[in-house]
Ligand binder design. Sequence first.
Ligand code: NDP
Length: 453
Amino acid sequence: MTTDSYTVINPATATPVIDVHLASVEETDTAIERAQEAFESWRAVAPGDRARLLRRFAAVVDDHIDELAELEVRNAGHTWGNARWEAGNVRDCLNYYSAAPERLFGRQIPVAGGVDITFHEPLGVVGIIVPWNFPMPILAWGMAPALAAGNTVVLKPAELTPLTAIRIGELALEAGLPEHVLTVVPGKGSVVGERFVTHPLVRKIVFTGSTAVGKRIMAGCADQVKRVTLELGGKSSNIVFADADLAAAAASAPYAVFDNAGQDCCARSRILVERSAYDEFLALLEPAVTGMRVLDPADETSEMGPLISAQQRSTVQGYLDEVEVAFAGSSPGGEGFWVPPSVVTTEDPSARIWREEVFGPVVAVMPFDDEVQAVELANDTEYGLSGSIFTRDLGRGLRVARAVESGNLSVNSHAAVRYWTPFGGYKQSGLGRELGPDAPQAFTEEKNVFIAH
Ligand code: NDP
């Protein structure tokens, strides 16, 4: 490894995979300038042709699902099932937004003395900064609507997980997207990511990652009044009422937090259980947790893999060292960055394990007495990204979903992010909504034109 390269590590085995070149500020500037040049012709591509190119891109991704999944298993320690789903998500997201170029409608607004019409004009170069926890889906959620709306994209994968992004950049060219319409720029956040923020030709930043870096990016964007979408951290609650199907709630709860080894901004890392069902729920939860198959993700049957890095493991271990673990699953030994799925019980809403985003396979469980207290406890956080409510009373399900200050709630399920429904956070979980039918508009300026007659 040299100072301008990074050795990708397989987190399951702590062994090197490949060296990747890290872009400098100068190389980042060149990528942005070429993306700006490509913008003029990309925006002029007829809507139907842009749609066709995006569908062809989706088809080429589909031809490479197993190859992309294999890269993610090795680079990010994702399970095979997850990695294949993630590659398929890129394909599906491209197909969904390929319908947008022909549907970017403006409006005609009644005014005196003429005609008033609006247009959705693309912004120019969009900078997408991707974290290491879901390299493929998060890339696609920004890239697909941005390209569909006629923008060009420069995209920085996380230093730790660049491999699938680099390959997807190559597949875009194979599919016939013109050069520099999508440019993957591997590099450090402090170099490439910062340059996206400070370069005047980048007209919007889409950032997913930690709240601390998100705040810094928001401040940087303010300097140029640059558009920004932030998808940040979470400390989401899974609220289980005593009338719920407790067996179903307990069977699904581990997957709502331990999927991707808990490295998920939507992880339901707090479980609130109505006191009268508390003991029964914990008794059902224990076998569901200890039965999880925590194995090297190279094994097709693995349900949970390692953490992404030695540093992430030591951060998570720091939380576990402060508490008593009620029960935990297993994890393989060896050199990989393993932490077993662990359950902590607490009645202290000021405990660090209850308040902070651990971003690892740790869940805290707390009893509550009634609906009002459940909502209060769920809302007692600086975050507000997701959450679940388990109850057989649908009225209560809706009432609590409306009361929890969070962007994405699910009743009697732990629904994940869908590219066709809006996604984003309350409070310090983020700013703006991406995904869903209106997402392409968020990558445009609405221009108003009056024509006198
Ligand atoms: P970061 O927020 O540092 O990283 C996210 C992305 O931002 C990466 O591509 C990173 O690049 C880039 N980045 C870092 N610094 C800057 C900067 N100054 N300007 C522009 N881009 C930058 O997350 P970490 O990897 O450090 O993870 C730390 C914690 O953040 C986790 O433990 C977790 O709590 C949280 N997190 C939340 C995520 C979410 O989905 N909400 C995703 C990832 C982390 P690079 O990695 O190359 O430095």
